[in-house]
Write a protein that binds this ligand. Structure first.
Ligand code: HEM
Length: 151
């Protein structure tokens, strides 16, 4: 019994400390690029919730426009990870980042066309492509902070 209570206590302490780490990361001031990303994230979540529903396409297109604006603005900014890269490799790093961001913008265009055409089945697949682009982009270009969850 005592062991059980001790185990529960340990689990609780662990859960609270993990929640604290997540909170601290959210509270960190965002970089200019981080702000654009956060806006894309909110819009992408809204898109994900309703992409299957053709009756919501007008509102979905509004959210896609938010993603597009912020993805285009992201193209003009540079990841903070650049500072951690040796000077001689920074141009290549930024070029790679821009190429990935352009691919994302092309995918957003494709999504817009599918939703406009009322092709929601295709649109669902394109949203998955965007999530994959997000994962890949973060793996390569986002600075890993201590204790941060992967991508
Ligand atoms: C729709 C797709 C994407 C979404 C929803 C998204 C979302 C996010 C979010 C929520 C953050 C954290 C912002 C913060 O709180 O500071 C972030 C950061 C970041 N993302 Fe994305 N992301 C996407 C695509 C990409 C792509 C394709 C790339 C690279 C080509 C990328 C590169 C980065 C970088 C570099 C950061 C760190 C910010 C900085 O270095 O200043 N993201 N993203």
């Amino acid at each position: 019994m005592t062991t059980r209570i001790r185990q529960l206590g340990t689990a609780l302490v662990l859960a609270l400390s993990l929640a604290g780490t997540a909170q601290a990361q959210q509270d960190e001031p965002k970089t200019p690029l981080g702000k654009k990303m956060a806006a894309m994230n909110t819009a992408l979540k809204a898109v994900g919730r309703q992409i299957e529903d053709p009756s919501k396409n007008a509102s979905t297109l509004e959210q896609i426009a938010i993603i597009e604006t912020n993805a285009k603005a992201s193209l003009t900014l540079e990841p903070e990870k650049k500072e951690k890269i040796p000077a001689g490799e920074q141009a290549k790093f930024v070029g790679g980042y821009q190429a990935e961001m352009k691919k994302l913008i092309a995918t957003v265009d494709k999504l817009k066309a599918a939703v406009k055409a009322g092709n929601n089945a295709d649109a669902v697949k394109i949203v998955d492509e965007m999530k994959a682009a997000q994962r890949d982009g973060h793996r390569e270009y986002r600075l890993r902070k201590a204790g941060a969850p992967p991508a």
